[in-house]
Structure formats: C-alpha cells, structure tokens
Write a protein that binds this ligand. Structure first.
Ligand SMILES: [Zn+2]
Length: 110
C-alpha cells in the first residue's frame, strides 16, 4: 500500500500512513491512500528512474575513460574514437537527464 502526504506529496510505503511525514512533518491525518493503479505507476516510475540513474553513472564513466584515452594520445585514430565516444556518452547522459526531468515535471514520480 502507498500513502501520499497531501501537504508535500511524499509517498510512504506500508500498511498504514506514518505518524508524521518524514519530509514536511504533517500528521497522519494528512495522508491519503494512493489508488492501486496510481501506486503501480509510481512503482514503475521509480524503477525506471533508478535505471536512468545507473545509465547516467555508466555514461559518465565512459566520458571519463574517453578523456583519459584522449590524454594518452597514442595515435590519431585512437584519439578520434575516444573523442567520438566521449561526445556520444555526453549526449546520451544529457538526454537521460532531460528525460528524468520531464517525468519530474509531469509529476510522474509521485
Ligand atoms: Zn509531507
């Protein structure tokens, strides 16, 4: 079961609403139960959000790795490939962050 704080939007997982909202301190009466279909959407969104966060971590690692490869400067084709990888990783990371932000703006994360 999920409970939503009507004051700040905090989502609590459990059999009943918390005594106090951990985020804003509102009392239990300020919580309402989230309908099952909405709760499922929130759960899905959380999972997708956490996938995107891992994704951003990975592409940032790829960016750093490429940076090191460029610094090593072994030969031009090597450097060119690292530059391409760095650029692509950067763009993917930015796109992923924009996608997460779009979800936040739409209120999909609950
Ligand atoms: Zn709250």
């Amino acid at each position: 079961m999920k409970w939503r704080c009507t004051v700040c939007g905090y989502i609590h997982d459990g059999d009943q609403a918390p005594e106090k909202c951990p985020k804003c301190g509102a009392p239990r009466e300020k919580f309402e139960q989230v309908p099952a279909d909405k709760a499922e959407l929130i759960e899905k969104s959380r999972q997708t959000n956490s996938l995107w966060m891992s994704f951003v971590d990975l592409v940032e690692t790829l960016e750093e790795l490429s940076e090191r490869g460029i610094e090593e400067n072994l030969d031009p084709t090597c450097v060119q490939l690292f530059k391409k990888a760095q650029q692509t990783a950067h763009e993917l990371g930015q796109a992923a962050k924009a996608e997460m932000q779009a979800h936040v703006n739409k209120g999909k994360w609950g």
